[in-house]
Design a protein around this ligand. Structure first.
Ligand SMILES: [Zn+2]
Length: 119
């Protein structure tokens, strides 16, 4: 990643991993899902980005698809008993959701910064 002035280039991968989408160095979040007011390194203002419930939809679709596909394969191909299904796949869905949530929120914040969404 090279030095970029705010607004010139947006790095979606950096945002997915919790870094500033403008410079790739500062922190995007001040807590698990709370977006910082601005980048501590380049000063990019994150206050204009408000993702609302947008990332939740994608998290539900992705984690739900993976967990439901795994559950179906477990039943139809491997013939797992119910206790094993219930002990594995709900946990997989929860862990996947917790991992994907900040990543997709970061990507949506980056998308809003790229397209200069304002109130
Ligand atoms: Zn920055």
């Amino acid at each position: 990643m090279s030095e970029q002035a705010p607004g010139r280039g947006i790095d979606f991968v950096a945002a997915a991993f919790g870094r500033c989408p403008a410079c790739g160095k500062g922190k995007l979040f001040k807590s698990y899902l709370k977006v910082a007011d601005a980048c501590g390194v380049c000063g990019t203002n994150f206050k204009t980005a408000d993702t609302g419930d947008g990332p939740v939809v994608f998290v539900l679709l992705i984690a739900g698809f993976i967990a439901c596909t795994g559950l179906l394969v477990s039943v139809l191909a491997w013939n797992w008993p119910v206790w094993k299904l219930l002990s594995v796949w709900p946990g997989v869905a929860v862990v996947l959701s917790l991992i994907l949530m900040p990543m997709l929120k970061g990507v949506m914040v980056a998308s809003q910064l790229k397209h200069r969404v304002r109130d």
